[in-house]
Design a protein around this ligand. Structure first.
Ligand SMILES: Cc1cc2nc3c(=O)[nH]c(=O)nc-3n(C[C@H](O)[C@H](O)[C@H](O)COP(=O)(O)OP(=O)(O)OC[C@H]3O[C@@H](n4cnc5c(N)ncnc54)[C@H](O)[C@@H]3O)c2cc1C
Length: 610
């Protein structure tokens, strides 16, 4: 198997991937190792995946990795510098020519269809494999990768909730990528608070609906990569209840389509503005005006939130994958730079020799934080996605239900912890490069700018923490989280030899669990008596749980490597022990902010700071 593919050194004129240090190679072996940790073999043993071999997964990763490194990554810089361009007169959005070439390769390769059922024209692969490809795509070009991410989310929603006619109309074209999808939730008054959505959908008398309103921040809402754009829109019907209970989901194509699938006239939906923003310049973020646009109801009337959650849950993991994507790309760049930049002398080096900065312990520390966070984040995401797959495909209904609960619990943790890790890694990447990192020319600044959005969209990380603490944790009386922690205890307590190379990791993991368990009990108890206290510590609790799970998954990866699955065992063990002492050990301190209660934040206004 080809494990990695390096790109040529990119050109400096903006058409390549930045300086030569910024070249991307797909970390296929690491991705496969994370899939193994998440339980790929058990997943492929399910009857629905009997046609998928582990070797086929490895081949798919290697092939897509080659596309990501050789074709997609070189379009990243031009996307940042030129970006998506808006013509106010026509309302059209144009993307760089390089994007067209890369997108065409993606469509021609049939990559978008990979995780969907074969009867829909898909490849029948588990969705966790598609998530792995999304990470590679996002590393190569985060802005462009958002287009297929949203298309895949729209496919999930239509495949589950669409009528047979809607499925026949839209799914084949979305699966190939001939058309793209969007998600229209946000409005000026409705960001985190979707209950404030005002876009109105009125019945047209012929079974269709007319939508009127403004949606903002719509990713790839208008563009020139595909002939049609399929908008999935949350709107309120006349007389519907206030809040999210009154919302329904509609499909609104940019261009109307005949029943034979022929593209007709333009629908009354248009892009009226494209935002200027900190990063992902190649991804058009659109203000969309619906002026009586023709739409069809998807799923039941007033069942919009449930239907949209199908799309949002898939998208949350996809956005989560931007965490390891950004961390990995920043790590590769920083490592290459650190090997060449000469400053000072490492211990034992005599003048006039000078040392590459990679020989300084503090630089190694930063690089290892970046690398281990990337690997822990991808393992956490894959674990969540594996449970999504199991919840759909396990023949045993009890196991399906348990996996669904674990997927629900893990999704907000994976989204938030992974994207925070990506951002920290990008910031460390700038630090490793020193002053050069702060200059646009080096390309590392783009990682930080692009990566900054992931903790914001698809539900801010603060909202993920709220979702975890107020909904996912107590939903089954805490059963899911207790079972998950019991799995981690099992791992920690499993008897090993005295000279176990993972002894350090296990010791730290045990001390973090010793803090996490009573902290979890505190949160569950306080939710019933003083929920404002539990809510005030939600972000710290998510960080504590995410870090503990990250440490556990890195340790499991090391254990698999020691058991001889082909990974470099010494490296996996060293990385697990490094993460345990540098990152995991600090997590024990998080119990205090989790349990400090709401009074500590009340001080902001009481103290007169406002
Ligand atoms: C580049 C980009 C692309 C996007 N793409 C899309 C898209 O394709 N489709 C789409 O529909 N939307 C999209 N969004 C919108 C995005 O999902 C929202 O920006 C996000 O959900 C936050 O909403 P808001 O911006 O209104 O912030 P607000 O909701 O105003 O939040 C501001 C701050 O307050 C916090 N906060 C809000 N409510 C609470 C609460 N109840 N408790 C605690 N803290 C709270 C938030 O965590 C945040 O820190 C995109 C946004 C960006 C920046």
């Amino acid at each position: 198997m080809t494990s990695t593919v390096a790109t040529d050194a990119p050109t400096a004129d903006g058409d390549g991937g930045g300086s030569g240090h910024d070249a991307y190679r797909a970390p296929v072996d690491d991705v496969l190792a994370a899939l193994d940790v998440a339980g790929l073999d058990d997943l492929l043993a399910l009857p629905d995946f009997s046609h998928v071999e582990r070797d086929a997964v490895a081949l798919v990763l290697a092939e897509f990795g080659r596309l990501a490194a050789e074709v997609i990554a070189p379009t990243d810089r031009v996307g940042d510098r030129v970006g998506a361009r808006f013509d106010r007169g026509t309302g059209r959005v144009t993307t760089p020519e390089a994007f067209h070439v890369a997108y065409r390769h993606y469509v021609d390769g049939g990559w978008g269809a990979l995780p969907f059922p074969e009867d829909l024209g898909g490849g029948g692969f588990p969705s966790v494999v598609a998530l792995a490809l999304q990470e590679l795509f996002a590393s190569a070009n985060l802005a462009l990768s958002l287009n297929p991410v949203l298309t895949q989310g729209a496919i999930h929603a239509l495949a589950q909730w669409g009528s047979p006619a809607q499925q026949a109309m839209y799914l084949p074209r979305l699966l190939t990528g001939a058309w793209s999808g969007t998600m229209n939730l946000t409005e000026p008054d409705a960001g985190s608070d979707l209950g404030e959505i005002r876009t109105l959908a009125e019945p047209d008398g012929d079974g269709t609906w007319r939508l009127t309103g403004t949606k903002i921040f719509i990713t790839w809402g208008e563009h020139d990569l595909t002939d049609n754009v399929v908008h999935l829109v949350l709107a309120r019907t006349p007389g519907a209840a206030a809040g999210t209970r009154g919302l329904s989901l509609f499909v609104v194509p940019k261009r109307l389509v005949t029943t034979e699938g022929v593209l007709g006239e333009a629908n009354a939906v248009s892009c009226v503005h494209v935002e200027r923003k900190l990063g992902i310049h190649g991804s058009p973020t659109c203000v969309m005006a619906f002026d009586g646009a023709v739409g069809e109801l998807v799923g039941p009337l007033h069942g919009g939130m449930r239907a949209m959650f199908t799309m949002m849950n898939a998208a949350r993991l996809s956005i989560g994958a931007q965490g390891p994507a950004v961390a990995e790309r920043a790590f590769q760049h920083a490592l290459a730079y650190a090997g060449e930049r000469l400053q000072g002398r490492a211990a034992g080096v005599a003048p006039p020799a000078r040392s590459p900065i990679v020989d300084h312990p503090d630089v190694r520390r930063m690089l290892l934080v970046m690398r281990t966070r990337a690997q822990a984040a991808r393992s956490l995401l894959f674990l969540a996605a594996t449970h999504v797959d199991r919840a759909r495909h396990d023949p045993d209904p009890d196991r399906r239900e348990r996996s669904q609960q674990l997927a629900d619990l893990l999704t907000p943790v994976a989204k938030a912890w992974s994207t925070d890790s990506g951002l920290e890694a990008a910031s460390l990447g700038v630090q490793v490069l020193g002053g050069a990192g702060y200059l646009e020319e080096a390309g590392m600044a783009q990682r930080l700018r692009d990566g900054r959005v992931a903790p914001i969209y698809e539900g801010t990380n603060g909202i993920q923490a709220l979702d975890l603490v107020t909904r996912k944790l107590p939903r089954d009386g805490g059963r899911s989280v207790h079972e998950l922690l019991a799995d981690v205890w099992d791992f920690v307590a499993r008897p090993v030899a005295d000279d176990d190379p993972l002894a350090e990791t296990l010791e730290v993991l045990a001390s973090v669990l010793g803090v996490l368990e009573p902290t979890t009990e505190w949160v569950l108890a306080r939710l019933a008596t003083a929920p404002e206290d539990a809510v005030a510590g939600a972000t710290a609790y998510l960080e504590l749980l995410g870090t503990a799970l990250g440490g556990w998954l890195l340790a499991r990866r090391a254990r698999l490597a020691l058991d001889g699955d082909g990974l470099d065992a010494a490296r996996a063990v060293a990385e697990s022990n490094f993460f345990a002492t540098e990152v995991l050990a600090r997590a024990t301190g998080l119990a205090r902010p989790v349990t400090a209660g709401a009074a500590r934040v009340a001080v902001l206004l009481e103290g007169g700071a406002a």
